[in-house]
Design a protein around this ligand. Sequence first.
Ligand SMILES: NC(=O)C1=CN([C@@H]2O[C@H](COP(=O)(O)OP(=O)(O)OC[C@H]3O[C@@H](n4cnc5c(N)ncnc54)[C@H](OP(=O)(O)O)[C@@H]3O)[C@@H](O)[C@H]2O)C=CC1
Ligand SMILES: N[C@@H](CC(=O)OP(=O)(O)O)C(=O)O
Length: 431
Amino acid sequence: MPMIWGMRNLPITMGASKTISITIKKMSVGSVMGKYEYILSRSGFISAKVQKKYQLRSASRRKVVHLQRKCIKFIKVNADIHKESKQIKLKYKQMKVAIVGASGAVGQEFLRILAERNFPIDQLLLFGSERSAGKKYTFKGKECVVKPLQHNDDFRGVDIAFVSAGGDTSRQFAPTITKHGAVMIDNSSAFRMDPDVPLVVPECNAEDALNRPRNIISNPNCTTIMMVVVLQPLERLSHIKRIRVSSYQSASGAGAAAMAELEEQYRQLMTGTLPTVSKFPYQLAYNVIPRIDAFTETGYTKEEMKMFNETRKIMHTDVKCSATCVRVSSLRSHSESVWIETERPISVEEARHAIATAPGCQLKDDIVHDIYPMPLDTAGKDDIYVGRIRKDLADENGLTFWLSGDQIRKGAALNAVQIAEYLVKSEKVKG
Ligand SMILES: NC(=O)C1=CN([C@@H]2O[C@H](COP(=O)(O)OP(=O)(O)OC[C@H]3O[C@@H](n4cnc5c(N)ncnc54)[C@H](OP(=O)(O)O)[C@@H]3O)[C@@H](O)[C@H]2O)C=CC1
Ligand SMILES: N[C@@H](CC(=O)OP(=O)(O)O)C(=O)O
């Protein structure tokens, strides 16, 4: 079958939005064509919203020719807009960017997202511990070698450092990373609740990122990010007083090695071997574990307390969140069952409209056709998908819904890159 076209991110007129069709690279049965609405922000960053998707179900010649024509049309649009993208590049300075923790689950996602979104980088530095030092990764066709993270001047000239190497590393290296003026966007929980460190989800409180006395911006906990993206449009309808939430968190939330451990457990069980348990408190294969992170004196775990505290800091409200965080045996994408109590009752229709039109959210709610979001479908996607929206039977002012999203993307790397994009757009990378 002919090779046609395989580009996902392309620049179009600044501030404008266009709907175009693209295909994946190989046109074979099962190929997905999509109608994407591309929106180019003033900074030159592109967000894409899938409007319609359809699959090539049979390899009929007529169908292939039809799709080819669409692609040719698309290529023409692309040729025009490439000219404009060059001008945008001139306007926005290319930056020196660092990724700390490049070999990890989040670090690897940074490499993909920065390339996909064409983040303005002219030099990329990768850091890790001695374990991954010397490893090579490809970024936009160029090979980058992981350097050992040390207390030296390696961050001189770095504009933005994306850090995802655990809380201890962040605490230990923050002074070294920020010493020469780099903005540190930190994925760990080290500084999240510090009053002089903003905790940012761009859909909710982007402007908080501009006030950063220590030049550190914290990325919130993944489960919290996914929930607040959906709560924000509902908060605009009526103040949310209380949240009750149960999470269904995939193995990859505990890092790349944990993901590998789950796969290994299934293999071991298949061959009658005792499964290795080191990254989770118990065997996760064929199991569900109602404990993520350590217990605190409240009886809640640290993960659950993050949902309470971080939600209030991001949303700037007095909302109270009571969570039960559970590890499930999906590999990627977290899900959450959420109950909210608002000041006035919100109807299902209002909620559906607010969520469907909110940035970062996708409504996937059609019970007649058995449609709701699931981790297998949301893995690898940018948005948070919401379904099963209904009134709470136990509370007149209550609404309940289900959400699912890729916690390594929106819950970690994507959110951090969106913060950086906001700084570029606001011309506030430097102070
Ligand atoms: N996974 C997820 O869904 C989410 C993770 N996070 C947070 O992001 C961070 C990274 O998580 P994740 O990618 O999952 O974890 P991984 O275990 O997959 O990766 C950890 C990374 O940190 C690096 N690292 C560890 N110690 C050091 C050190 N002393 N110096 C330099 N680099 C070091 C590792 O490098 P090496 O290979 O050399 O050891 C590796 O690249 C954590 O703080 C986590 O809490 C936040 C939201 C979601
Ligand atoms: N809480 C996530 C992962 C995580 O890293 O959280 P935090 O960044 O808040 O430590 C999980 O285990 O699913």
